[in-house]
Design a protein around this ligand. Structure first.
Ligand code: DHB
Length: 368
């Protein structure tokens, strides 16, 4: 009996440190995908090689190099933060290895290598929807608060351009450090300026600290509307924020409460496997594995990197998040963006979707 050959997927994630929840969610989703779809695809056995980069770019780069040279992986995947994806992208180009970005979301990441394919999202893709919601809901003056790195700067720019184009105004913009941010001095300024709304982007997990300080400063009672990308009310943390989060309006590509049969099955299986609710990082991991499986089917198991990336271009499927496709020009994911409100469902807080922008591409690259 011929033995099936192994195809290795190097999954590089922050499994420790401040961004460990991203790693945990993606690891659980990738393992669940294999458990549900079988470890064999196109005659090859899929093996995950999971490595912890602690969220440090130098470590990501070193691990990627080791996975390519020693483990001979056919795919690099994961990438929990933008700087980590930037650190590894040149290695994907040199080695002609597909690099699947399952989490990081700065628009320009896919431009760092023709071997990058993204299953997560981009901040501009998500942010224009909340700016549109704001201008249609009486918000004329807004302030912005973002983490001071790629995705935050993308979000700030997209929000400002879109709100301004609709006749609104951004009357103050602040960037807070990515690590150990203290929001309170800025929140005092917001409280004094009394804009109609505060728009926020912080990465997955950091929303808890933000919401705590938002309440401590009394902003929940100030009449200033809190609007955000769904990163802030991440499914991993939204229930623990308490009732103060109720009514927060966000836009995002995934909610654990998305009402589709595919998502109901995904959430139930994920809960069984990981004993927690999947968040948008989990769905990025799940769809990234789907890309790997379907590309291998198209190449009949061949692992030539160029052929695998070509196979991914234009691919479309129904994800737990809704219908998605890979833009053949940009290698970004085209997907629905949902407007959601934090509500209580069966005693737990969820982001409940109430309207949809369909098949949204990354608007920055679409404009080029
Ligand atoms: C990035 C990280 C996040 O945790 C997130 O929610 C959005 C973007 C990033 O670094 O690209």
């Amino acid at each position: 009996l011929a033995q099936a050959q192994t195809v290795k997927v190097g999954l590089i994630l922050p499994m420790t440190g401040p961004f460990a929840s991203t790693g945990r969610q993606i690891e659980a989703a990738a393992k669940l995908y294999i458990a549900q779809n079988g470890a064999t695809v196109a005659g090859k056995t899929i093996e995950l090689v999971i490595k912890d980069d602690t969220g440090t770019p130098d470590v990501t780069r070193r691990i990627a190099q080791e996975l390519l040279v020693n483990d001979k992986v056919s795919f690099l995947a994961g990438f929990g933060l933008t700087p980590l994806a930037f650190a590894a992208a040149p290695l994907a180009t040199q080695s002609k290895t597909p690099l699947i970005v399952m989490a990081a979301a700065t628009s320009s990441i896919t431009e760092q290598s023709p071997f990058v394919v993204r299953s997560s999202f981009t901040l501009p893709q998500i942010t224009i929807g909340i700016a549109d919601w704001a201008s249609k809901n009486g918000i004329k003056k807004a302030m912005t608060l973002v983490s001071d790195y790629g995705p935050g700067i993308d979000a700030e720019k997209a929000f400002k351009e879109r709100l301004t184009a609709a006749g609104g105004e951004v009357v103050g913009d602040v960037r807070v450090p990515l690590r150990n941010p203290d929001f309170s001095p800025f929140l005092q300024r917001v409280s004094d300026a009394k804009p109609d709304a505060l728009f926020v982007f912080v990465p997955s997990g950091a929303g808890s600290q933000f919401m705590k300080q938002f309440v401590e400063r009394g902003l929940d009672k100030s009449g200033i509307k809190l609007i955000a990308t769904g990163d802030v009310t991440d499914d991993d943390i939204v229930d623990s924020m308490g009732d103060v989060a109720l009514g927060t309006i966000t836009t995002h590509h995934y909610s654990a409460a998305h009402p589709s049969p595919e998502n109901k099955a995904f959430v139930e299986a994920f809960r069984k496997a990981a004993n927690t609710r999947p968040n948008f990082m989990a769905v990025g991991g799940w769809d990234g594995m789907h890309l790997i499986y379907e590309a291998l089917k198209k190449t009949n198991g061949a692992t030539d990197g160029t052929a695998l990336v070509e196979a991914m271009k234009g691919m479309s499927w129904v994800s737990p998040r809704g219908p998605v496709s890979i833009d053949p020009k940009t290698r970004d994911i085209v997907q629905n963006v949902y407007v959601r409100k934090v509500e209580k469902v069966n005693g737990e807080l969820y982001n409940v979707e109430f309207s949809t922008f369909e098949a949204v591409p990354d608007p920055v690259k679409a404009a080029k």
